[in-house]
Every structure is written in structure tokens, then in C-alpha cells.
Design a protein around this ligand. Structure first.
Ligand code: BGC
Length: 288
């Protein structure tokens, strides 16, 4: 693959929309969000921008959508760049981090969001489907977190910005704990991500690097359109959610802002489930 290039940040002429006047919990911090051109990544990038952070919008194959996200972030008065990279490629990840440091002088928040789902019944699951899901969902967070930890360690704490030297948030899934037939590769990658996150959190805590995960349930995004776009599928899905509604990507964005901010400084090595109760064994509402 050819080495990635990046767009240059453009100031926005538009006044910030009302939502940008909220508490600037992440003022002057820099965040890198992987897979930020659509879905949950997009919502997180915008929410971090609204909270005052400059944002590096990583994308893979959707440059126009990434530019739209950057434009939306800039409307909040912060800076944004778009950087292409396949998160499972060490060289591309390295270049993405170099570009971040060149542009913003450092990094304070990494959101490991990029993820894919390639579903098949177990006996039909190809090695390619297994490998690609592991590469993006597990090797990607490993490579990005490794670059981030090296950078955070070198930077140390910048007290004017945050009491942590850096924050890493992994976007996991309810399937880090809920087994999922027909999605063995995906569930295995998320189960692996959970212990990557917890083991890393234990290792880097003394350096004031905070590591946590968010586990979304069924959120209305392109990754799971088939699960909510027809009435029948939607009814089936709602049976799995005690709150009886599908989540919106902005709800994950808000959780990410809190986890990235000093408001959650003593929260370390946990998975925050944002799932309308999906992990509460909804089948027991009436049985057991
Ligand atoms: C998956 C979605 C699914 C949801 C709840 C997510 O991690 O990406 O496809 O709808 O979990 O099962």
C-alpha cells in the first residue's frame, strides 16, 4: 500500500453551533480517533471536538466522509485533520502518529475505535474473515496503543491540560462478554480487546496513563443496518434490550468525553457498558 498522505487543517468561517458551548472538558487537548469517518467513530470525533479537543480523524477508504467530519469538528472552533491509515499496518500507524505530532505537537487522547464485522456460520468462516477481523479489531488497537504509550511516556503529565499523561479508550462491544453465534471472529476479537485493555491498564497506571473501554450495545450505525432496518429485525433486536430502544452514536460520544476527561480520573481499567441494559440477561425478564 502506498504511504498515506494527510489533508491540511482549514479554519472554519462558520460560528459554532449551540452544542459547542458546553463545558470544554478537553480544552486544548489533542485526540486521535481511529475509524472516525462514520458511525460511532464519527460521533466520538465530533463530541471530543465539542468538548474543546483538536481531533485527528483517521479513516480507511472514505476520504470524503472524513473531510465532512473534520469540517463539523472545526465548526466547534477546534482544529481537525484527516489521516488515512490501515490500523493493522505498523508502518501506516507510525506515519499517522508522526503526522499527529507534527501538526499538534503531541497527543493526549487515543480512541481505538476502528472495527469490522465479517460474519459467517462457524464452519463457513474463512481464514481471511478470521484474520481481517483480528487484524483490525485487535492488532490495530495494539499497534495504536503502543505508539500512544511511547508518546505519553515521553511527554509526561502536562498539568495545564490534564492530570494524566494520556488517556486510551478502546471501543469494544457488549460481545466482549456476550457470546455471539455466527460472529465467532468478532466476539473473540472483542474478548481479546478486553484483556488487552485491562493488562495494559495495569502496566501503565504508575505512569499516569489511563486505559479504559466503552462497550456499546446495539447502536444505530452502518455496521449493523441489517439488525434494525426492517420492522421484523428491529422487533427481534428490541427483545434483547431492556430499555426497548436502539442507541444513538452520540450517546457513545458523550461517554467518550467523560472517560477522556479528568472528571473520570480515578476510573481505570474498566469497561463502561453503554447498552440500554443488553448485558442484563433480558431473557430473564419473564423467565428463570
Ligand atoms: C455489533 C453490532 C450489534 C451489537 C449488539 C455490536 O458490537 O457491532 O452489529 O448489533 O454489538 O449485538
Amino acid at each position: 500500500m502506498s504511504p498515506p498522505t494527510a489533508s491540511t487543517p482549514q479554519p472554519s468561517a462558520e460560528p459554532p453551533p449551540p452544542s459547542c458551548h458546553a463545558l470544554k472538558l478537553l480544552k486544548d487537548q489533542t485526540a486521535l480517533v481511529t475509524g472516525a469517518s462514520s458511525g460511532i467513530g464519527r460521533a466520538i470525533a465530533i463530541a471530543l471536538g465539542q468538548a474543546g479537543a483538536n481531533v485527528v480523524i483517521n479513516f480507511f477508504g472514505q476520504p470524503d466522509k472524513a473531510l465532512e467530519v473534520a469540517e463539523e469538528v472545526r465548526r466547534c472552533g477546534t482544529r481537525a485533520i484527516t489521516v488515512p491509515a490501515d490500523v493493522s499496518d505498523p508502518q501506516q500507524v507510525r506515519v499517522m502518529f508522526e503526522r499527529t505530532v507534527d501538526e499538534f505537537g503531541g497527543l493526549d487522547i487515543l480512541v481505538n475505535n476502528a472495527g469490522v464485522q465479517l460474519d459467517a456460520a462457524f464452519e463457513d468462516l474463512t481464514l481471511h474473515q478470521w484474520q481481517r477481523v483480528m487484524d483490525v479489531n485487535l492488532t490495530g488497537p495494539f499497534l495504536c496503543a503502543q505508539e500512544a504509550v511511547r508518546l505519553f511516556t515521553k511527554q509526561g503529565v502536562k498539568p495545564a491540560l490534564s492530570c494524566a499523561a494520556g488517556k486510551i479508550i478502546c471501543i469494544s462491544s457488549v460481545h466482549e462478554v456476550i457470546p455471539w453465534a455466527g460472529h465467532v471472529n468478532y466476539a473473540a476479537s472483542k474478548g481479546g480487546l478486553m484483556l488487552l485493555m485491562k493488562s495494559l491498564a495495569q502496566e501503565v497506571a504508575p505512569r499516569r496513563i489511563r486505559v479504559n473501554s466503552i462497550a456499546p450495545g446495539a447502536i444505530r450505525t452502518p455496521i449493523n443496518t441489517a439488525a434494525w432496518s426492517t420492522r421484523e429485525a428491529c422487533n427481534d433486536l428490541l427483545k434483547l434490550i431492556p430499555q426497548k430502544r436502539i442507541g444513538e452514536a452520540e450517546e457513545i460520544g458523550r461517554a467518550a468525553v467523560w472517560l477522556a476527561s479528568d472528571q473520570s480520573d480515578y476510573v481505570h481499567g474498566i469497561t463502561l457498558f453503554v447498552d440500554g441494559g443488553m448485558t442484563l440477561y433480558p431473557g430473564f425478564e419473564t423467565g428463570g
